[in-house]
Design a protein around this ligand. Structure first.
Ligand SMILES: [Zn+2]
Length: 94
C-alpha cells in the first residue's frame, strides 16, 4: 500500500480543492417550446435542434399518450411564442 511520506498542510489541501467547485450551467432556451436546454444539444422536450426535428419524442409512447403529449407540446409552443424575448435592459437586471 502506498503511503504519503509527509503530511500535506490544510493550505495545500485547500489550494488543490479551490478548482473543484461546481460551475453554474449556462442554459439556453429552446426557441420552439421555451424549455431550458444545454447549448449545442437537441431539446429533449420537443426533439428539435436549430428548427429541425431530430428526435421523434412521440415514438415510444402509446397512441393515447401520444395524443396527450402532442397537446402539451402545442400548448408549450404557443406559450413560448407569446412570451416576449427579453430586451437588453431586462437582461442586465437579471
Ligand atoms: Zn424544445
Amino acid at each position: 500500500m502506498p503511503l504519503p511520506k509527509q503530511k500535506h498542510t490544510k493550505s495545500r489541501r485547500n489550494r488543490r480543492r479551490s478548482h473543484l467547485a461546481l460551475k453554474v450551467l449556462a442554459l439556453a432556451k429552446c426557441p420552439k417550446c421555451g424549455q431550458a436546454i444545454l447549448p449545442h444539444r437537441a431539446c429533449k422536450n420537443c426533439g428539435t435542434y436549430q428548427g429541425r426535428e431530430v428526435i421523434d419524442v412521440l415514438k415510444k409512447l402509446t397512441k393515447r399518450e401520444q395524443k396527450k403529449r402532442r397537446k402539451e407540446l402545442q400548448e408549450q409552443e404557443e406559450q413560448a411564442k407569446t412570451e416576449k424575448p427579453l430586451s437588453a435592459e431586462e437582461m442586465s437586471k437579471k
